[in-house]
Design a protein around this ligand. Structure first.
Ligand code: HEC
Ligand SMILES: [Cu+2]
Length: 320
């Protein structure tokens, strides 16, 4: 299959679903353009031809029922055809192929979380094997988000309390940007992510290694990884900084600076020592102990495997 590169109108196409939609888009585009030119041309021509002239009195117009029926029915036929072709393309692209790999996509303020069939999860980054059909099962932990990848030509709302689906078969190796296409609050514009389309072998390797500490991490992605540095990478990726500062300034969530190893005042019960167990619980079950001055409902639920949780704890510990 020959895939179109980026054009003035359309971004690069990277999925098996893209060509049919693009073709439809271009058909409708040219169809509209031709009629725009024809109608505007005819209009201008008549404006000039029948302009007011000295000594010429305009004729009374007559009803031309046949002509009126003609120009009502003709566009209707065109619209019915466009609807039919669009609907067919939509249905074809909305149904996942038999045996498609199921990936859960969860929108939360303000990050995307992806869960692979083996249960591993990852934030803001999605890796997919090339030429394998994928079915995304979308949901939201809070408000309505919308999962949008231009290069795949897919967009679907992630609605709280409901699952929605999209099917896609990536056909090109490379990266594409994930957007949230539904305004969802303060950091909506940061709700970005990246899809990596890789070979089957790279994909399997990625699944194996996802839950282990990578060799390199950090902002540049090139620093030698330590648990604390990996923790910081995960902290940023999972959108923790949208609520928590690490420099002591308080917003709608406690700053995590200097938390570890100190007594934390709670809304209920005695103060509690912020040790490993407390930080772990605060991350995995934020509702369990509520820090004084804050409400419990704001921190979303995160599910991390032990290595990730340990790395996050190491990072919180390092914030002196
Ligand atoms: C939407 C805002 C929000 C996000 C995102 C968020 N948190 Fe929180 N977090 C809170 C709030 C509010 C509290 C205080 C209430 C409580 O104790 O549950 C809190 C409490 C905590 C505490 C206890 C702090 C203390 O002073 O004792 C830790 C540790 C923590 N969060 C870690 C994280 C980590 C790690 C992440 C990212 C994986 C994260 N949070 C993401 C809002 C958020
Ligand atoms: Cu969003």
């Amino acid at each position: 299959m020959i895939l179109a590169p980026e054009t003035f109108q359309l971004p690069r196409s990277m999925s098996a679903e893209a060509p049919s939609g693009d073709a439809l888009y271009m058909d409708i585009y040219w169809f509209s353009l031709v009629f725009l030119v024809l109608i505007t041309g005819a209009m201008l021509y008549f404006v000039v031809k029948y302009r007011r002239k000295k000594g010429v009195r305009p004729e009374r117009t007559r009803d031309l029922t046949k002509l009126e029926i003609f120009w009502t029915i003709t566009p209707l036929i065109f619209l019915v055809i466009i609807f039919h072709v669009s609907f067919e393309t939509y249905v074809k692209n909305a149904t996942a192929a038999e045996g498609a790999m199921e990936i859960r996509v969860r929108g939360k303020k303000w990050s995307w979380e992806f869960e692979y069939p083996n249960g591993s999860r990852e934030a803001k980054e999605l890796t997919l094997p090339v030429n394998k059909p994928v079915k995304f099962i979308l949901s939201s932990d809070d408000v309505i988000h919308s999962f949008f990848v231009r290069e795949f030509r897919v967009k679907r709302d992630a609605v709280p309390g409901q699952y929605s689906y999209i099917a896609v078969t990536p056909t090109e190796l490379g990266d594409a940007q994930i957007f949230c296409a539904e305004f969802c609050g303060t950091s909506h514009s940061d709700m970005l992510g990246t899809v990596h389309v890789v070979t089957d072998e790279q994909f399997r390797k990625h699944l194996d290694e996802m839950d282990k500490m990578p060799e390199v991490c950090g902002d540049t992605g090139k620093e030698q990884c330590t648990p604390a540095l990996w923790g910081r990478t995960l902290f940023v990726k999972n959108g923790c900084p949208t609520c928590h500062s690490v420099d002591g300034s308080k917003g709608n969530a406690p700053s995590l600076k200097g938390v570890f190893g100190t007594l934390q005042p709670l809304t209920q019960g005695p103060d509690v020592m912020a040790d490993e167990n407390y930080v772990r619980e605060s991350i995995l079950r934020p509702q369990a102990k509520i820090v004084k001055g804050f409400t419990n409902t704001q921190m979303p639920l995160f599910v991390f495997k032990d290595p990730q949780t340990d790395a996050l704890i190491a990072y919180v510990k390092s914030l002196k």
